[in-house]
Design a protein around this ligand. Structure first.
Ligand SMILES: *[C@@H]1O[C@H](CO)[C@@H](O)[C@H](O)[C@H]1NC(C)=O
Ligand SMILES: *[C@@H]1O[C@H](CO)[C@@H](O)[C@H](O)[C@H]1NC(C)=O
Ligand SMILES: *[C@@H]1O[C@H](CO)[C@@H](O)[C@H](O)[C@H]1NC(C)=O
Length: 434
């Protein structure tokens, strides 16, 4: 008995020694760059995929279900594998269809393959696509700089036809979906590396310097050593719209987009009179507030748009800021004559989105409210979404820039930093070292 015990103990020690000798690197977070495309105002990230690795530019779709890539043109990879019907990867992808294809086999065209609906929300179009797996590699981070490249050998994505790239930024081969599904980038990265199901998005307002998306654990450090973390963010609950907002969906499927609860809007600290029932999400999935990287500017339902712009014009006039002719798509433009420049952008009336309580406020300062037209004209960067808009408030790209916004899927909350300009840094100040 004693002998056998010793042998067992010895082999346990032996195994322990081996695993110590070959530590596998497990990152606590990953980082990808995000560039604003000057002509489409889309946000474009870059990841590496396939064998051999190919660098792919992808439009960031915050509310997208998964990664999709054009497989019809130049998709060559020795590690491409279609996801077969009735496999665990197939159910993970939320597929309800099993497909065959007659002009293959090739990437995007195989028999007995699981099918989904890749979507391009810019043109509000979805097509059928084959679910597949391939190698994806990105840089890891300790939160303060980019580091060792790590690989997910069997990353699940969808193929799409070339036609789905219509109206996307030039040089782009697909879209990176960050939505609330099990195969969107945040969830797949979290399960591949066992880090938290959360990510932070920090979009740069400049088309010449990159912002970042960091998947995984906080903190997030920006030069010169400005640390943003769970402790410094303000949180609001992540809300679920019970009705899908996608171009295609199955009955009863909730939206995979990120909704938050705006309760009121204040301009210059004065409450704007609104039909507040438009601010909540109805059982039919109408109304409410979501965050989007697809809309370059915040879109407001017509009655909200009118009330907000009128209040803003009135408060601006009180500061001798004069209105000038509108410049499409904006309806409220101003002479720069009486607008001072400050660290937080043009000095204009502040806009507060009041969330779950009076003390939880997303403040939009001039840097995020005003759009530069020329040296003489600035416009309020909100657009009219019409009176039949499905979602009442869509917080768009310009209003997100140089704010760090964290989406925590595990705890169902959204954290926001307020403008980083107030902390004397920007989203372009992440230290990419390689
Ligand atoms: C799929 O199966 C059909 C019928 O058996 C065949 O004609 C077709 O070539 C197959 N396609 C692929 C991509 O293997
Ligand atoms: C407020 O909005 C709701 C939802 O769209 C609508 O049914 C209602 O008629 C509106 N109320 C007023 C006073 O406009
Ligand atoms: C606005 O302009 C008027 C007339 O020039 C001046 O009397 C007033 O003090 C100005 N108000 C502000 C807030 O600058």
């Amino acid at each position: 008995m004693a002998t056998s015990f010793q042998i067992t103990l010895f082999s346990l020690l032996f195994i322990f020694t081996i695993s110590q000798a070959q530590p596998s690197f497990r990152p606590s977070a990953l980082v990808v760059p995000v560039k604003k495309d000057a002509s489409t105002l889309q946000y474009v990230t870059t990841i590496n995929q396939r064998t051999p690795l190919v660098s792919e530019n992808l439009v960031v779709d915050l509310g997208g279900r998964f990664l999709w890539v054009d497989c019809d043109q130049n998709y060559v990879s020795s590690t491409y594998r279609p996801v077969r019907c009735r496999t665990s990867q197939c159910s993970l992808s939320g597929s309800i269809a099993c497909g065959d294809c007659f002009n293959g086999p090739r990437p995007g065209c195989n028999n007995n393959t699981c099918g989904v609906f890749p979507e391009n929300p810019v043109i509000n179009t979805a097509t059928g696509g084959e679910v597949a797996e391939d190698v994806v590699s990105v840089e890891s981070t300790d939160g303060s700089s980019s580091g060792q490249v790590v690989t997910v050998p069997r990353f699940i994505f969808s193929c799409a036809p070339t036609s789905l790239l219509q109206n996307l930024a030039s040089g782009v081969v697909g879209m990176a979906g960050l939505g609330r599904t099990r195969i969107a980038l945040p969830s797949q990265f979290a399960s591949a590396f066992s880090f938290k199901r959360k990510f932070a998005m920090c979009l740069s307002g400049s088309t010449s310097s990159n912002g970042v998306i960091i998947f995984g654990n906080d903190p997030y450090t920006f030069l010169p050593n400005i640390i943003v973390s769970d402790k410094t963010l303000t949180y609001t609950p992540l809300l679920t719209n019970p009705v899908s907002t996608s171009a295609t969906s199955t009955q009863g499927e909730p939206s995979v987009e990120y909704f938050i609860g705006v309760k009121s809007i204040k301009i210059n600290s004065k409450i704007v009179a609104l039909n507040t029932s438009l601010l909540s999400i109805s059982s039919a999935g109408l109304g409410g507030t979501k965050i989007s990287t697809i809309n370059p500017y915040t879109v407001l339902e017509t009655s909200i748009y009118k009330a907000v712009t009128e209040a803003f014009i009135k408060e601006s006039a009180a500061r001798n800021i004069t209105r000038v002719a509108s410049v499409a798509p904006f309806g409220a433009c101003f002479s720069t004559d009486n607008i001072l420049s400050t660290r937080l952008g043009p000095s204009v009336p502040s806009i507060d989105l009041v969330l779950q309580s009076e003390s939880v406020v997303w403040t939009i300062t001039g840097s995020n409210s005003m759009v530069y037209i020329n040296d003489n004209v600035l416009c309020l960067g909100f657009v009219d979404g019409g009176s039949n808009s499905r979602t009442s408030i869509v917080i768009g790209g310009h209003q997100l820039e140089d704010n760090l916004v964290q989406f925590d899927l595990a705890t169902s909350r959204v954290g926001f930093s307020g403008t980083l300009l107030g902390s004397r840094t920007t989203c372009a100040n992440f230290n990419f070292t390689s």
